[in-house]
Design a protein. Structure first.
Length: 44
């Protein structure tokens, strides 16, 4: 009983963490791109 509950909670928590991490990664890359935008003309 306890083990089943633990695995269910772990699964739900893992899924939530994964989706949050994906959104966080997207936001971070957007911020980096926005930060590098002024420098892009003379970098590339």
């Amino acid at each position: 009983m306890y083990l089943e509950l633990y695995s269910t909670v772990k699964l739900l928590f893992g899924r939530t963490l994964c989706s949050y991490y994906r959104v966080f990664q997207m936001k971070i890359s957007e911020m980096i791109m926005a930060f590098l935008l002024p420098y892009r003309e003379w970098l590339w």
